[in-house]
Design a protein around this ligand. Structure first.
Ligand code: ASP
Ligand code: MG
Length: 410
């Protein structure tokens, strides 16, 4: 008998039939003797619909009122699911985030959880009840309703699992796990049985949008075993867990993440003296533009060039800043390129294996794909390439690192 926190996302509770199917699933766990806390999202599309209603009145509505508004989506699904559980003869109670005392700071629309009072949930669980909690929402010190950011129900689930010291936090969604790469690009991408928190963070921040990134950070920090599974078919899903030194089979590369949302900027002919990178990137940072991959080159004439990537939406803003600085520094040129893509090999096994980068570059060379930028961390090698070749590159690397094989080597 274990204590499980389950989270069902918007598509899993998108219709009355699906809510009833979730109720049956929850009851099956109860019948096995498990204690279950269920976190639900709003029915799919509902949060966007509510935001749309407010925007019909006002382009920038008050953040406090937006939280009051969007939190209603989850309040509908907790009640409907609990009614469906009752109908099956399963004792259950629903609670809003505020009612189970998910205490947050007061940063409306992006609040952070500070404390959870697990007491009331524990009482219900001891009485044999299923506890159904609204995801995505909490309450601040003054009793104001807050929300945790889009996709925040994942974080609610992990936070409850941490507070209750649950045996597992299960995230039910419309995919059956985390894949070696996007199956829409590589048809024989493989579902991973396990992945570490660190790898998952890298995969998530590179665009695999299975889980809200914050929920993975939270799970890693509190060591909550996290499992991603399908709410529509049975299967083991993917377990996101700590790195196990002994028996966890460690593939060198676990997955390939990529994204097309970036753009590249280059400033050329700047003086090669101390303080220049800080001057250029400082100005970009002060405009709240996040910079990702950075490369600097020094030419024979002692001038330097600096290339970096930003989110594509920020390209124009970043270019304007760069042009202003170019004038100040007497730079010769500012170039931009929006048709790039970023691709990363991710794997904790890289720590103990040499030659991964060489193998990666060779696979790209064989396809005649030019690498524009390279950056590495302990468990990741990132390259920036022409967007045109992204899918080709992902497929070439997927096969070069034999990610489709079911028996892993090394
Ligand atoms: N309903 C919220 C959203 O659409 C939270 C969630 O689904 O996790 O972002
Ligand atoms: Mg989601």
């Amino acid at each position: 008998m274990s204590l499980i926190v389950q989270k069902y996302g918007g598509t899993s509770v998108g219709t009355i039939e699906r809510i009833q199917a979730v109720a049956e699933k929850v009851q099956a766990f109860r019948n096995r003797g498990d204690s279950v806390v269920v976190v639900v999202s709003a029915m799919s599309g509902e949060t966007n619909r509510l935001i749309g209603l407010a925007r019909e009145i006002e382009a920038e509505p008050s953040a406090r009122e937006m939280d009051v508004l969007v939190s209603t989506g989850e309040q509908v699904t907790i009640a409907l699911l609990t009614i469906a559980l009752h109908k099956l003869g399963c004792d259950a109670r629903s609670y809003t985030g505020g009612q189970v005392r998910i205490l947050t700071d007061d940063a409306h629309s992006k609040a952070r959880i500070q404390e959870i009072d697990a007491h009331r949930m524990q009482q219900d669980l001891s009485a044999g009840r299923v506890v159904v909690v609204a995801g995505f929402q909490g309450v601040d010190d003054n009793g104001n309703i807050t929300t945790l950011g889009r996709g925040g129900s994942d974080t609610t689930a992990v936070a409850l699992a941490a507070a209750l010291k649950a045996d597992e936090c299960q995230i039910y969604t419309d995919v059956d796990g985390v894949y070696t790469t996007d199956p829409r690009v590589v048809a024989n991408a493989r579902r991973l049985d396990r992945i570490t928190f660190e790898e998952m963070l890298e995969m998530a921040s590179q665009g695999s949008k299975v889980l809200q990134i914050r929920s993975v950070e939270f799970a890693g920090k509190y060591k909550v075993p996290l499992r991603v599974l399908s709410s529509f078919e049975d299967g083991p899903g993917t377990l996101i867990t700590l790195e196990d030194d002994d028996d966890m089979e460690k593939p060198v590369v676990s997955g390939i993440a990529f994204n097309r949302d970036e753009a590249k900027l280059t400033i050329r002919g700047i003086p090669d003296v101390p303080g220049i990178a800080s001057k250029v990137l400082g100005a970009v940072g002060r405009a709240n533009i996040e910079v990702d991959v950075i490369v600097q080159n020094v030419a024979h004439d002692n001038t330097a060039s600096l290339t970096f990537t930003v989110h594509r939406n920020e390209l124009v803003k970043a270019r304007d800043i760069l042009e202003r600085i170019a004038a100040e520094l007497g730079a010769t040129q500012v170039d931009t390129n929006a048709s790039i893509a970023k691709l990363a090999l991710v794997g904790v096994g890289m720590r103990s294996h040499a030659g991964v980068a060489a193998k990666m570059f060779e696979a790209l060379a064989q396809e005649n794909i030019n690498i524009q930028m390279i950056s590495t961390s302990e468990i990741k090698i990132t390259v920036v390439i022409d967007e045109k070749y992204l899918e080709l590159a992902v497929r070439a690397l997927h096969s070069a690192f034999e990610l489709e094989e079911s028996d892993r080597e090394e």
